[in-house]
Write a protein that binds this ligand. Structure first.
Ligand code: NAD
Length: 465
């Protein structure tokens, strides 16, 4: 069993923290929003964060090793649908710039890391992006700087991987404050603060999502909290980086397990002839003790299908088996196969075999109204349908084309939503708001609906699965 980490300074509120001079200077700049902030990783998390910081008045520099993204931003272009070029232009007017030149990290007061944390082919944590970024950044870390990791990961990453990589590669011999280094000289500060972005959610403004912050000791917490107070209405201090790391995992595991629960109950309800969506809607009227989760064709996105396995991997180091996570994974990962079985059964009832069937899939994105197909169950379902000899086409207003990704190589183009009679089956995978479901049902021979998108439409052509 590894030694458990014991923080040297207990921290409950800022008034207990006496700041050394070098931290006071940064703190003053963070409070006045004159601090310079570097954001590494300009993807779905890092770019909106950069824009938010810029809007609040900070001078923001974005760093990415993807030259296309950097060139796009420098030319005022956006590569994320929901971020308008006008927002990039507004940030650029306030001094935002993007670069691949990591030497510019030396000029920053604080550096925030928003790089990917996927799984390897063997479904183990792939922390190579975090470690590589730390190695690239390490030579440019300067005394008194604050480094914050936002990437979702298992408890211990900040202390066990990030800090050692930053210290080892630092040419000035700086140490993280708290590693036996004097608090007022030769140190930099490190914190972890998880990202809580919910793509497509327009009901909560980003600023109103409370931000959890856990520093490697009290001074780092103080600095990181002050940074985020500039852009979030509420910050939540926790006692360590590990608590902050685990908080994010709890949130995502909670979703993963509850989605698995409703997916399993959906399978049973289908056999029992009970409408699970009606059941959930009825249960959701309970004013306490119940939060609705909805079944679907399988998990997608960068978070829910991946993050829980970061914890189950780490748990093995403690001889611990995270059974809920494993079971939820098993149930959720079986959903694409259930969809394919349902399509085969529905075709069979129309005296049609899967082999040779022409299927139009509606929706590539892993959830409605977004342009993100990472880990989308649609990708798996296409593969499974093709394995059984079906010809698959797709339509998705958010993806005119789908090329190549980490786990797929499709080279497909979105098919117009016309002449639906030519398809043996229209398969609804993503319930985008743009679709006219009543018209789709009217014009199709057979509709298999994995999302209850056809709720309220009565037709024998619809198979809900
Ligand atoms: N997307 C979400 O909704 C979401 C929500 C909460 C948390 N997260 C977490 O946030 C982290 C980032 O996710 P994302 O969705 O923004 O990923 P992303 O793939 O959209 O963006 C990551 C960016 O990092 C860049 N990058 C990779 N290695 C780099 C390096 N060495 N130096 C500089 N840049 C590098 C990539 O080019 C890319 O632009 C992940 O840990 C993810 O789990 C994501």
């Amino acid at each position: 069993m590894p030694n458990s980490y014991k923080p040297k300074i207990s921290q409950t509120n800022s008034s207990q923290t006496v700041l050394p001079r070098i931290a006071q200077e940064r703190l003053a700049r963070l409070q006045a929003r004159t601090a310079r902030i570097g954001v590494i990783g300009l993807g779905y998390v890092g770019l909106p964060l950069s824009l938010l910081l810029s809007e609040a008045g900070f001078e923001v520099t974005g760093f990415d090793n993807d030259t296309k993204k950097v060139n796009d931003l420098e030319a005022g272009r956006s590569y994320i649908l929901r971020i308008l070029p006008a927002e990039i232009a507004a940030a650029r007017q306030k001094g935002f710039s993007a670069t691949t030149n990591f030497a510019r990290l030396a000029d920053q007061d604080a550096i925030v890391l928003c790089v990917p944390t996927p799984l390897t082919q063997h479904r183990e944590p792939d922390l190579s992006f975090v470690v590589n970024t730390a190695k690239v950044a390490a030579p440019w870390i300067r005394e008194g700087q604050l480094v914050v990791l936002e990437s979702t990961t298992y408890p211990g990453t900040t202390e066990e991987l990030l800090i050692p990589a930053l210290e080892e590669g630092n040419t000035q011999g700086l140490k993280v404050q708290g590693s036996g280094a004097a608090a007022d000289r030769g140190v930099f500060y490190v914190a972890f603060s998880p990202e809580r972005e919910d793509p497509g959610n327009v009901t909560v403004a980003r600023r109103d999502i409370p931000k959890v912050v856990g520093g490697h000791e009290a001074i780092a917490t103080e600095l990181a909290t002050t940074l985020y107070q500039g852009i979030f209405a509420q910050t939540v201090r926790v006692s360590s980086t590990r608590v902050a790391e685990m908080t994010k995992l709890l949130e995502n595991i909670y979703r993963c397990v509850n989605i698995a629960l409703v997916n399993e109950l959906k399978l049973l309800s289908l056999r029992m002839g009970v409408d699970i969506w009606e059941v959930i809607d009825a249960a959701a009227t309970k004013p306490f003790g119940f939060q609705p989760f909805y079944p679907g064709p399988g998990l997608g996105g960068h978070c829910i299908p991946i993050d829980p396995f970061y914890l189950s991997w780490k748990a093995r180091e403690y001889d611990f088996n995270t059974r809920f996570i494993e079971l939820a994974g098993e149930v959720n990962e079986a959903m694409p196969a259930h969809v394919v079985q349902s399509v085969a059964k529905a075709l069979n009832e129309h005296k049609k075999s899967m082999n040779g069937a022409r299927i139009l899939m509606l929706g590539m994105a892993y959830k409605k109204d977004i342009d993100d197909l990472r880990e989308s169950p649609s990708l798996t379902v296409i593969e499974l349908l093709r394995e059984q000899g079906a010809e698959v086409l797709y339509n998705d207003p958010y993806f005119p084309t789908v090329g190549r990704g980490r786990h797929y190589n499709l080279n497909m183009t979105s098919t117009p939503l016309t002449d639906l009679q030519q398809y043996d089956c229209v398969l609804i995978m993503t319930d985008h708001s743009d679709y006219d479901y009543a018209a789709i049902v009217t014009e199709s021979k057979l509709v298999v609906d994995t999302r209850n998108a056809t709720k309220g439409i009565a037709s024998e052509k619809i198979v809900r699965c």
